[in-house]
Design a protein around this ligand. Structure first.
Ligand code: ADP
Ligand code: MG
Length: 640
């Protein structure tokens, strides 16, 4: 008995594609065939529930035959009848698994194993590396004789009788000359470990160690761990299991700070086991960082660890596994993009991760602080991109504050809760390092007034704050932005002083402003300064000079700059001296005034860390001012 059958046109097209172009990564042929073997075992195991005669010790074997260049993958699963062979691997878009599921449904079977049928073409991937495939199969629980299916994967296949006696299937691949590397044991181990390690049935490698010419002994070794710990019940997974698995996923991540083990049911079904590692990878913020993320499995079969669709980029520090039963095994990288199943998983996982982080923050402050130290910056990116979860993110991010030691970070909520009731806005100051920021003249009034200020020291903070104009109805107010409203006695006092000085010395302000020749929008007396002589204030919504520098460093063009306001401390000795200058000098706005105005402006620029437009001029100004100080007779100085 031998029948030759032609493949349908679309199968021929598909085979041509597979052999020449479909998969760039040829290793996956083994993944597909092992997955098919595992599916067949699942099917037989399910059938054995109602017919215990069919139960066996389930196994998948891989046997390389170097002498003949043949690699054989066998299983003792369900096997196929002749009709099934023709339907399953003679045509396309007809899946035996799916037919099986439909049959299940008709039977009203409720204990369906995880055999969600998908249309697949996995079997044909054998023709990537073989120019002849021989499949022998015998259906379990059926009287039909075994049969052999043979094809060169071009246009036709042959079916003939086989003397196989045991139920199950073996697929023998006659390897193409350039694919004989797959006969090497290390190679087989490698590929199985990579793609099929968590298959729940043993995958055994049968090696033939030739002792002498006619005698050979076979060694049999299980080469997969079978440990799909994400499929186990969470209570059956020990901390040690987690630590080991985490180390497998990310050797440098350290102990997991947080474990999330979840099983989603309903519209989208998947299992996930996620970890937040202790240590951030070094390249977390590099644009060309390692793009490896969560490992995507489809029914225990590894698909990829480069699937960026599973979590938003701001959660890229999360490690773990997602195992979906709703995706076809033969997904390609292209079909993973914009895949509705993946975007549902993404939303689900994102919500879960944020909720678990919130829990950690409530229950273990110290651990949360450790998390935030490593990944707070990354999380903050989310404020710009994830509108849906913005409120949750706002409750997770933390900042240093002026009145607390650097290690003690607070959330926006904690800051807002500890504000005096008269405080109308959340005050913040952004800068490069805390020590420098603490010296900012703009903080003098807040210190004197007893207000706390968020110190935003992450380079990303200012960018984040732009996306967050308010928290829970309370405005975020940058210190050094015009329009700072302050309550309290000290604030009132300073405000009055500034107002009085402004009225009394209007001419002086005008003269200073005139000699600055349009470099500032205005010169006025300040309510902010307790000690320093001067500072610069910017209008609201104006980009800070620091943010400008960051953008420029990133190669972007910041929006046009509006002019700052130069504020002077009415109580500073220098200003007192200026105020007492004869009116004539002020009216003239002569060289002395110009020199002072320019130096004050430059001092204010230095204090905020901005570059000077003309450092040489500043140096010569200061030098000549110093020279003049020394000219004055000592005695005269004290009398003034
Ligand atoms: P998929 O596995 O997604 O259905 P494949 O092309 O990998 O697609 O396989 C097609 C079908 O061939 C399978 O659904 C199954 O019915 C049948 N098949 C393949 N390999 C085996 C096997 N080892 N044992 C039993 N049936 C098999
Ligand atoms: Mg398959």
């Amino acid at each position: 008995m031998s029948e030759k059958k032609k493949f349908k046109t679309e199968v021929k097209q598909l085979l041509d594609l597979v052999a020449n172009a479909l998969y760039t990564n040829k290793d996956i042929f083994l993944r597909e065939l092992v997955a098919n073997a595992a599916d067949a075992i699942d099917k037989a195991r399910f059938e054995s529930i109602t017919n215990s005669n069919l139960a066996r010790e389930w196994e998948i074997t891989i046997e390389p035959d170097k002498n003949n260049g043949i690699l054989t993958i066998s299983d003792n699963g369900a096997g196929m009848t002749k009709a099934e062979v023709i339907a399953n691997i003679g045509t396309i878009a007809k899946s035996g698994t799916k037919a099986f599921l439909e049959a299940l449904e008709q039977k009203g079977g409720s204990r369906a194993p995880e055999l969600i049928g998908q249309f697949g073409v996995g079997f044909y991937s054998a023709f990537m590396i073989a120019d002849k495939v021989v499949l022998e199969t015998k259906r379990s629980g059926s009287d039909e004789p075994a049969l052999r299916w043979i094809s060169d994967g071009v246009s036709s296949y042959t079916i003939e009788a086989s003397d196989r006696s045991e139920p199950g299937t073996s697929v023998s691949l006659h390897l193409k000359p350039d694919a004989t590397g797959y006969l090497e044991e290390w190679r087989i181990r490698d590929v199985v470990k990579k793609y099929s390690d968590f298959i729940e049935h043993p995958v055994k490698l049968i090696s033939k160690n030739k002792k002498n010419d006619d005698e050979s002994t076979g060694a049999i070794e299980t080469i997969n761990s079978m440990k799909a710990i994400w499929l186990r019940s969470p209570k059956d997974v020990s901390d040690e299991d987690h630590a080991n698995f985490m180390a497998h996923l990310d050797p440098f991540g350290g102990e997991p700070l947080l474990k999330i083990h979840l099983s989603a049911e309903g519209a989208t079904e998947f299992k996930a086991l996620l970890y937040v590692p202790s240590n951030a990878p070094l390249d977390l913020f590099n644009a060309d960082r390692n793009k490896k993320g969560l490992h995507l499995y489809i029914r225990r079969v590894f698909i990829t660890d480069e699937c960026e669709e599973l979590l938003p980029p701001y959660l890229r520090f999360v490690r773990g596994v997602v195992d979906s039963s709703d995706l076809p095994l033969n997904v390609s990288r292209e079909t993973l993009q914009d895949n509705p199943v993946l975007s549902k998983i993404n939303r689900n996982l994102t919500r879960k991760v944020l909720a678990e982080l919130a829990k950690l923050k409530e229950n273990d402050k110290e651990k949360y602080a450790a998390f935030h130290k490593e990944f707070g910056k990354t999380l903050k990116e989310g404020l710009h991109f994830d509108f849906e979860n913005r409120d949750k993110l706002l409750d997770l991010i933390m900042f240093e504050t002026l009145n607390r030691p650097p290690e003690e970070m607070v959330t926006l909520k904690e800051y807002a809760d500890s504000m005096p009731s008269s405080q109308k806005a959340i005050y913040y100051l952004a800068g490069d390092n805390r020590e420098e920021m603490e010296k900012s003249p703009k903080l003098e009034i807040l210190r004197a007034n007893g207000n706390d200020v968020l110190l935003m020291t992450d380079p990303i903070d200012e960018w984040v704050v732009q996306a967050v104009p308010e928290y829970n109805g309370t405005r975020l107010q940058a210190i050094g932005e015009d329009g700072l409203e302050l309550e309290g006695d000290t604030a009132k006092e300073m405000e009055e002083k500034a107002e009085k000085a402004g009225k009394a010395h209007g001419k002086l302000l005008k003269a200073l402003s005139k000699s600055l020749n349009g470099e500032v929008a205005e010169v006025r007396f300040s309510r902010l300064l307790a000690e320093s002589a001067c500072c610069l204030v910017r209008s609201q919504n104006e980009m800070t000079p620091r943010m400008r520098r960051i953008l420029e460093a990133m190669g972007q063009t910041p929006p046009p700059e509006s002019k700052p306001i130069l504020e002077l401390n009415p109580s500073h000795p220098l200003l007192e001296k200026l105020e007492s200058l004869p009116e004539k000098t002020i009216d003239k706005g002569d060289g002395k005034i110009a020199e002072v105005a320019e130096s004050l402006y430059y001092l204010a620029l230095i204090a905020e860390g901005s570059p000077l437009p003309d450092p040489a001029k500043f140096t010569s100004n200061v030098a000549s001012l110093l020279a003049r100080t020394l000219e004055e007779p000592d005695g005269k100085k004290g009398k003034d």
